[in-house]
Design a protein around this ligand. Sequence first.
Ligand code: NAD
Length: 436
Amino acid sequence: MRIAMIGTGYVGLVSGACFSDFGHEVICVDKDARKIDLLEQNVMPIYEPGLAELVAGNVKAGRLSFTTNLAEAVKDADAIFIAVGTPSRRGDGHADLSYVFAAAREIAENLTRNSVIVTKSTVPVGTGDEVSRIISEIAPDKGAMVVSNPEFLREGAAIEDFKRPDRVVVGSEDETATEVMRQIYRPLSLNQNAPVLFVGRRTSELIKYAANAFLAVKITFINEIADLCEKVGADVQQVARGIGMDNRIGPKFLHAGPGYGGSCFPKDTLALLKTADDNDTPLRIVESTVQVNDSRKRAMGRKVIRAMGGDIRGKSVAILGLTFKPNTDDMRDAPSIAIIQALQDAGASIRAYDPEGVEQARPLLKDVTFSESPYAAAEKADALVIVTEWDEFRALDLDRMSEILATPLLVDLRNIYPPAEAERAGLRLVGIGKAA
Ligand code: NAD
């Protein structure tokens, strides 16, 4: 299959590289010439484990290439994927579809045959209808078909998720298009029985939002249970284990923490609420989730302030981990941003360390000193706060930390460290959802 991937970001680049690894011929397009320049020199514009090797191998095999020229990529393609961003629209929280529609117009202007146009971006119900309208208005004689194929990969484990997905969802209204999608995903079924779920286009669009909203609810649920644990003397990790062993609940997404962030859950839950509003069907559970999570991030700043005794003016706080989760450099809506702001508002100075996120964090965080290691950040600080659970924070030398900190206080917002271990090193530990 000849595939064009429009948008070479986290999703487009990983999807394009994986499709080429399956044996398809893939051209990835981006209008950001800097990204394409870097990729042509085999420098990855994002951090994702394993990606550089995957890209290099497939470029070498002649199956993967990069261009800023959309017309060249679209020419003769069997399938053209739209994987551009759909951020929250400024002001109202609706998904901003301007990039999707602009890409659809550009595709239509350059179609040479009856390609299948696949919306991989996360888009509200009905967007496929509009993309289809745009295409048939500009290129009525080409017979192009529009399908929905939302992406479920997680940053940090994106390649594994793409190659061994729990499921692939395809929303199609056209048998020919369905067959092309079957061919594209056929390599998945060679090594396992990846269920490809064929549904209607609108259903497919809604599945993506319903999945993200459900996960956001699950995280927020355990976060609120964690708050209750702190008040009643229970341990949220044991509660999570105890409920997660029930197959109907499952153990995943029950890690209490500082609130969800990232490029998907915050914007997708908001966009779903807008769709619900527009259809006079309130989704109250999702509404509460959004509110609870929004206030939680700054509340984590207050939690640190309380742990430090209440008055932190002139004190210094060391932050470990800035990205919204480990193994990515993505800083979009990261809880660290609100936590650091709350600490700075209360008069503290901040030193921070993150293994991969500093370049993206720098423009978002004012007056933060970036350190070269967790220990450099902790030197003479009045508290050490773990915000993101990068692997390299899992086995810190706590004795050394205890010596170099001005005050031996560890606020562990990811519950990495058992209290006994911290205590042995002479650190006072404040976790999430643990009795004081
Ligand atoms: P991103 O911002 O990393 O990448 C989007 C890319 O599209 C950018 O490089 C941009 O320059 C390019 N682009 C925009 N308009 C273009 C055009 N007309 N022609 C060529 N290139 C164009 O975004 P992302 O994180 O990859 O997300 C893409 C979509 O996938 C979003 O809808 C998102 O919600 C969804 N999604 C993201 C993830 C994730 O983990 N990041 C997971 C699942 C789904």
